[in-house]
Design a protein around this ligand. Structure first.
Ligand SMILES: C[S@@+](CC[C@H](N)C(=O)[O-])C[C@H]1O[C@@H](n2cnc3c(N)ncnc32)[C@H](O)[C@@H]1O
Length: 200
């Protein structure tokens, strides 16, 4: 793990679940089913999701568990399952999840079109994909990318402009997402994609 990544993992920001809270407060009604977290990192988000959805099973994936801190996590009624897997190749059956999340993760995923396709595949009808990430059109986006590249955090990091995210979603089969920001010029953007309940 790079030094920058190790140092960042110790900051309160790395343990914060505020981005999850903000997104969950804006979700539509979900079908029954599990919750998939993509890119769990230290695991604080998965633990938060297990407390927020005590009746659902949370499955959290990550490509690596170098940052994972299971001893520090406070779980809900069901302990999340942690699975080592890569987002473009999800090891799950079709139509099993009610919610998939990618919080501050999409920017470092390979094969973004495949990721959207896989998320669409594993969601139930009416299921939701909640994403939060740096807005590629924001003035801090190039600096964010440089820190990730030069700090050895992720050589492929890319902050996507919203139009590109919406295009990726449409190509996978999602209708246009609802988007949210904390502040009108905030650098973070939340997307809520919902797989349609019935064909058009
Ligand atoms: C910036 S962290 C976000 C952690 C967490 N979601 C949060 O907000 O605290 C991004 C995570 O994505 C993971 N990741 C990178 N490539 C991945 C891939 N191909 N599949 C799954 N996870 C991946 C990284 O290992 C890292 O833990």
């Amino acid at each position: 793990m790079s030094l920058v990544k190790k140092l960042f993992a110790k900051t309160p920001m790395a343990r914060s679940t505020r981005a999850y809270e903000f997104g969950l407060a804006r979700l539509p009604q979900l079908p029954t089913g599990g919750v998939l977290e993509i890119g769990t990192g230290q695991g604080y988000g998965a633990a938060f999701l297990s407390r927020a959805f005590p009746e659902r099973q949370v499955i959290a994936i990550d490509i690596t568990y170098g940052c994972f801190k299971p001893d520090r996590l406070e779980f809900g009624a069901h302990r999340p399952w942690f699975v080592q897997a890569s987002a473009p190749y999800l090891p799950f059956a079709d139509g099993v999840f009610a919610l998939a999340t990618a919080i501050m993760t999409f920017h470092c995923l390979p094969e973004p079109q495949r990721v959207f396709g896989e998320v669409f595949r594993v969601l139930k009808k009416g299921g939701v994909f909640l994403m939060a990430d740096v807005d590629g059109n924001h003035r801090i986006a190039p600096w964010f990318e440089r820190v990730e590249h030069w700090g050895g955090i992720s050589p492929i990091t890319r902050a996507y402009p919203p139009a590109e995210i919406e295009k990726l979603g449409a190509e996978a089969g999602f209708p246009p997402p609802r988007t949210f920001r904390r502040k009108p010029r905030g650098f973070m953007i939340w997307y809520i994609f919902q797989k349609q309940k019935s064909p058009l």
